[in-house]
Design a binder for this molecule. Sequence first.
Ligand code: PAF
Length: 284
Amino acid sequence: MKIISHPHKIQKFIRNLKLKRKTIGFVPTMGALHQGHISLIRRAKKENDIVVVSIFVNPSQFGPNEDLKKYPRPFFNDIKLCNKEGVNIIFAPKANLIYPKNYLTYINVEKLSDIMCGEHRLAHFRGVTTVVTKLFNIIQPDKVYFGLKDYQQSVIIKKMTADLNFPIKIVTCPTIREKNGLALSSRNAYLSNEDLKKALSISQSLNKAKKLIEYKKSVSKKSIILEIKKVIELNMDKIDYIEIRDADTLEEIKNIIDKKVVIAIAAYIGKTRLIDNIVVNPVR
Ligand code: PAF
């Protein structure tokens, strides 16, 4: 396994692999790898000749009062995990190589970046789409793997990839959960055992909402959101949003029965912000 930190070096290395007609699968991460990331790496291994994992805690996607400084960076453990999974290349640049002095260019997917998480984390998705564009240009992958826990992120990246004509296939993979249903997240490391129990209310209320929609067959969006809110309010310290939207376009919808919808939640325990979602297919 090669560890490369300079964009020019990895670009050159990958150019040679492409001359040998190798296909490149790419898993972008901010490190602190867990089974969710491992599932993306395994899928990439199955579908490509070469797997590249980037480890870069991207400063431009964190707001001024967010957890950039304390974001977990267990770099050596991440390297060990990648090695074990047969990753071929780790790209781990320093921030000044991605954002040199006087850096001025940003990518923004309009509208989609301003709703849901974007409404509460201003400029977050602008930071994500900027770094992902740069990583696409540096790594030139054939396929890129994203987890569906960051549902809005995956919709935005698919849109950006299409709008900017990147010749890349975006592959989305299911959220990996603890046995009890809690979605895996690098930020779970901030939580005490007590907090982890409270955080379970998110996945539990999402599952309950899905069942309600599927069994009752005629429920309003408002009543489902109220049901979820009751449970979340009891357990979490603050709710950013509970939303039900069109699962493909994230457009607002009135009727949640005859469309594939995503129910998405963002809520805090103390200073830790957690997100999760569930997709519900049309009720027939
Ligand atoms: O999902 C993440 O970990 C990050 O948003 C990403 C895609 C690696 C960009 O920094």
